[in-house]
Design a protein around this ligand. Structure first.
Ligand SMILES: *[C@@H]1O[C@H](CO)[C@@H](O)[C@H](O)[C@H]1NC(C)=O
Ligand SMILES: *[C@@H]1O[C@H](CO)[C@@H](O)[C@H](O)[C@H]1NC(C)=O
Length: 368
């Protein structure tokens, strides 16, 4: 594709196509200039492409780095209400977030202005996203909302460890999603699953730096829908703050997280390799008065191995009001990277079922 375009001068080169692409619509033919706002050119090219069965839109652009130019919009490139979309072509969505990160006040103010997400998929179904890179997003890199049957393959995400709220892939109210062969290094969660996420398979994902793979956070808002049917297999996490995590807010609204399985995960120097945290409260943004009301059940951690950068390698901190149920620990081998002694584990309001070898042993510290 795009043989007549010079990749050297174009930071973003990708193809949006229906599954059987034929006719090509290049946004350059509709007035797009490099490093300028291409909204109008893209809209024209998109309309023209939609009038033809099986068409392909080619985009070349750069991101404006000034947040003000987004006029409060919550996304840079947004795909909305599309069935049968393919996004591919090896392009880089470079969000040029360095300026925006300095203006991020979300750690201080929970009602902070939202910054633009690099790539949004809203109500996108039966679609495929492959071989793209998202770099230095101003906020989350890729966000899925109300998507169904969406495959993400060989997606690369790059941002510095200290870039705020640059979650790699976040999804909510979506189902039948697969993520395969992703490489994610960023400043916040590698992949996170918000409320209403169901039936997701994550396979062969490499994370680091960042905050790890997270269910949640859950319970912050009223009327959240259950998260269930999440399978993460074959992941490698390196130098992350957390490995695999379920996080819910204290003093929360009720909710459900169930049927969640992590298997065959390698940890390299991870601070909290396995963690359920039902007292999740970053930057003291909540009252810690009452326990979380999010019910966690049917969760397994199997074949988790490697190194922990802290001695507390396994932390299951469940809610006093709704203790975790059906938690399984099987074949876990986590050594303390610092050397000098073994790792420990904490179980609060949970009695996990155990099998196979366990290092640390289950529940070296218990609080019921
Ligand atoms: C995974 O990505 C690597 C390159 O990063 C590629 O060589 C390999 O073919 C991919 N595997 C699959 C199953 O897509
Ligand atoms: C627990 O998870 C397993 C594996 O996904 C699933 O087959 C089973 O139906 C779940 N059980 C309950 C009670 O949700």
């Amino acid at each position: 594709m795009g043989k007549n375009l010079s990749i050297a001068t174009i930071s973003l080169l990708l193809v949006l196509a229906s599954t059987k692409a034929q006719q090509v619509f290049d946004v350059k033919s509709y007035g797009a200039q490099p490093n300028a706002d291409i909204t109008q050119a893209l809209t024209k090219a998109w309309k023209a492409a939609c009038a033809v069965a099986g068409s392909k839109v080619v985009i070349s652009a750069g991101a404006p780095s000034d947040v003000a130019s987004f006029n409060g919009k919550d996304g840079w490139v947004a795909f909305e209400r599309i069935d049968g979309l393919t996004v591919s072509g090896g392009g880089v969505f470079d969000g040029e977030g360095q300026q925006a990160w300095q203006k991020n006040e979300c750690a201080k103010d929970k009602n902070c202005n939202l910054l633009p997400i690099n790539i949004r998929f809203d109500y996108v179904t039966n679609s495929k996203v492959q071989d793209i890179t998202s770099k230095d997003s101003k906020y989350f890199h890729i966000n899925l909302l109300e998507c169904k049957k969406l495959q993400l393959q060989h997606v690369t995400i790059i941002a510095p460890a200290d870039s705020p709220n640059t979650d790699g892939i976040h999804m909510g109210r979506s189902s039948q999603i697969t993520i395969t062969n992703a490489t994610i290094g960023t400043g916040d969660d590698c992949i996170s699953f918000g409320d209403g996420t169901q039936d997701v398979t994550v396979n062969q994902v490499t994370c680091g730096p960042g905050h790890g793979i997270s269910i949640g956070s859950l319970g912050r808002y009223e009327n959240e829908e259950p998260v269930s049917g999440i399978r993460v297999t074959g992941a490698t996490l390196s130098n992350t703050d957390n490995g695999v995590r379920i996080k819910t807010w204290p003093a929360s609204s009720s909710g459900v997280a169930s049927d969640i399985h992590f298997e065959d995960v390698v940890m390299n120097n991870v601070a909290n390799p396995v963690i359920i945290d039902q007292n999740y409260c970053p930057n003291s943004q909540c009252s810690n008065q009452s326990p979380s009301k999010v019910k966690i059940s049917n969760v397994s951690f199997k074949k988790i191995r490697g190194t922990s950068s802290t001695k507390e390698a396994l932390n299951l901190i469940c809610s006093k009001s709704v203790p975790c149920q059906q938690v399984v620990l099987s074949d876990i081998d986590l050594a303390y990277k610092g050397g000098g002694g073994s790792t420990t584990s904490t179980c609060t309001n949970v009695q996990p079922a155990i099998s196979g070898k366990l290092n640390p042993p289950a529940c070296t510290n218990k609080h019921y």
